[in-house]
Design a protein around this ligand. Structure first.
Ligand SMILES: Cc1cc2nc3c(=O)[nH]c(=O)nc-3n(C[C@H](O)[C@H](O)[C@H](O)COP(=O)(O)O)c2cc1C
Length: 335
């Protein structure tokens, strides 16, 4: 068997293969992180630290501080080391440090938020804790009818600029697909300082429970069918922006990985697949990926990457409107 070179570059990091464990509860514990490393993943993204967690924590600290100041002088001694108080964000940083100590693959910290503010300084703290990169997950649902698309986009760009200014390590931005001009938005995110895009965040869709008439959060695992959306946009963006491209949503099989690499992804991220099949699953995927490459006469992942992007594929219109009409007309009813 010939040796296939699975290496890839993502955010300037040299990775041994294109499988990354994306942010999910599977990357939230050191034992699972080690198991993922043993199974061959090339990097891990920790679950997000949320803006709300940080702000809640800071409010709690301020409350304790005020309480101390208003009470007797001795009362302040009850809280001698408020700054070392072990809370959500502190625990996150400790976990990041531990992951860095115990793993040899790159560890990416994830920050999730939507507004510019003090919480952004956690990006710097991630860097100080040893993170190899920051993934900024902007999960924003634009419900305000008075906020224009431009205002919403500015919110993204400002946030990216702020985080970028705070850190020296690479920055990836995870976004959803709901932009009117996604290609231009990608370019503007690049100009704001992003080094990579993670496409796409999978927005949880709330459902209505007809029994209780309550709105239920809809956390369902994905299927491979959902990878077609990131596949199309990665194919379109590859070569048009100078950004690393990570695929997330719907990566379950080795064929899924191959397709996304052909479209132009630098890495593919696993979340639902790990939650469904466990931490050992990447080993199987890597074996199947190697076999596919060998059987199809590829000697490296680099050779495959982007060879079917819109700029390189034989029929670029397939990724555009022309394909819409053709696809509809080619549908034959099962009856
Ligand atoms: C239970 C669960 C928790 C998740 N937590 C995070 C998170 O903390 N931060 C984040 O950026 N994405 C989070 N995600 C999104 C995943 O990283 C991923 O982008 C999404 O699930 C699509 O990939 P998949 O099809 O492999 O599941 C979570 C997904 C699931 C299912």
């Amino acid at each position: 068997m010939t040796t296939i070179d699975l290496r890839t570059r993502y955010l300037g990091l040299e990775l041994k293969n294109p499988l990354v464990a994306g942010a999910s509860p599977m990357t939230g514990h050191i034992a699972q992180l080690k198991a993922l490393e043993d199974a061959g993943v090339a990097a891990v993204v920790l679950p997000s630290l949320f803006e709300e967690q940080i702000e809640h924590d800071e409010m709690e600290l301020a409350r304790l501080r005020d309480f101390g100041a208003e009470g007797s002088p001795e009362a302040t001694n009850y809280f001698p080391e408020l700054t070392s108080y072990r809370t959500g964000p502190d625990a996150y940083l400790a976990q990041l440090e531990q992951a860095k100590r115990e793993l040899s693959i790159p560890v990416i910290g994830s920050l999730n938020g939507v507004s510019s503010g003090g919480w952004v300084r956690y990006a710097k703290l991630f860097e100080q804790a040893g993170a190899d990169a920051v993934e900024l997950n902007i999960y924003y649902v634009a419900t305000d009818a008075l906020a224009s698309a431009e205002a919403v986009e500015q919110r993204y760009l400002q946030l990216v600029q702020q985080v970028r200014a705070a850190i020296g390590i690479p920055l990836a931005v995870k976004i959803g697909p709901y932009f009117s001009a996604l290609a231009q938005m990608a370019l503007r995110l690049q100009q704001a300082g992003a080094h990579g895009l993670v496409l796409f965040n999978r927005f949880m869709q709330p459902d209505i429970d007809l029994e209780s008439l309550q709105v239920r959060p809809g956390v369902e695992l994905s299927t491979s069918a959902e990878l077609l959306l990131p596949l199309r946009w990665i194919a379109i963006l590859k070569g048009r922006v100078a950004l690393s491209l990570a695929a997330t949503t719907g990566v379950h099989t080795a064929h899924d990985v191959v397709k996304l690499l052909l479209a132009g992804a630098d890495v593919t991220m696993l979340a639902s697949a790990l939650l469904r099949h466990g931490t050992a699953y990447p080993r199987q995927l890597l074996q199947q990926l190697g076999t596919w490459l060998e059987q199809n006469d590829y000697s490296s992942v680099e050779q495959l990457k982007g060879s079917m992007s819109q700029l390189h594929c034989p029929d670029p219109a397939q990724f555009e409107r022309a394909n819409y009409m053709k696809a509809l007309m080619s549908y034959s009813s099962p009856t």
